[in-house]
Design a binder for this molecule. Sequence first.
Ligand code: ATP
Length: 363
Amino acid sequence: MTAPLVQLRSICKTFGDHQTLRDIDLTVENGEFLTLLGPSGCGKTTLLRILAGFVTPDTGHVLLNGNEITNLPPEKRPINMVFQNYALFPHMNVFDNVAFGLRCQNIDENEVAKRVEDALAMVRLSTFSHRKPINLSGGQQQRVAIARAVINRPELLLLDEPLSALDYSLRKTMRLELKHLQRELGITFLFITHDQEEALSMSDRIAIINNGQIEQVDTARKVYEEPKTLFTAQFIGEANIFNTLVDEASERAITVSIENKLFTLQNTKNHRKGDLISVIIRPEDINVWDQGEITDSTEMLPGVIEEVIYKGSTVDLMVQLPSGFRLAATEFFNEDDPNLYYDVGEKVWVEWTLGWEVTIPHE
Ligand code: ATP
């Protein structure tokens, strides 16, 4: 069996008295697009710099293709990096910027020309080869930086928030382009962002990092639908969180009280009677009903509309429950439920599809 491309084992790093990385274990498979997602200061860049060889971990091991590279200098690693500010050479034109790495290796000029042309064609900048970076848009500079980084065919490309300097619509376009490029090149991408939408839309897997520790590594869908910690649930998307005690528990089901009403939920986490748990429900899994529409409210909670935000294809509602809990609900326009016009102060019933909630032990 071939080893994963990257294995980080028990990596710790402290700067001064601040422990930046705590016992990080992470595996990156060959050809994967893996994103490190977490708030500012959580240690993402430090982890990337350890992989690139710019920072040495205090303890732990970095393996590439099964071989230890923890103390290998950066230039000896088949790894390249794209920085947030692109770090292009301002005095060189696009061609020379992209050719730089090859020329450092004294590669024949004919070969350099061919490979630079191929790289520029790949990022759709063939006609820009004589321009200086200052005469390019942010998105074009970004593509030059990527062409320059992939021209040596690194085994691993590290990208440190490469889209953060672009405006929103260009960022959305570049997300798709980067993803296509990664597939085309077959190079493994390790990408940093603190933008959850970016992470969800591009990644094969996402590693959620909080305060120097990995909270969860999973596919985008799993981190969103099956968060393992409260931090993950709150960091990715919006979440309604009810903290409650388990009243009854069997192998399959638990009974909990939410807003003084008993609900029977699936016992997917081996909860026991008396456990304090968090019940997490996404806004889009909540249904809101006009009180006149409902004849059986057994599994529903009463509420009052506090806020209505129209968003075109959806309406975001804030519903106040009897305890004062503010429940976020996202309602979609569709044929089955055309009545999405609510007034502030209107009394409603709310429910969620039982089974779609996630329960985790209270932290
Ligand atoms: P951001 O999203 O803001 O870039 P990050 O998640 O990438 O943040 P890091 O840049 O890895 O976070 O920094 C994590 C912590 O380590 C921060 O508190 C930072 O100040 C500290 N740190 C990083 N590098 C050094 C250094 N060379 N010397 C001292 N402290 C450092």
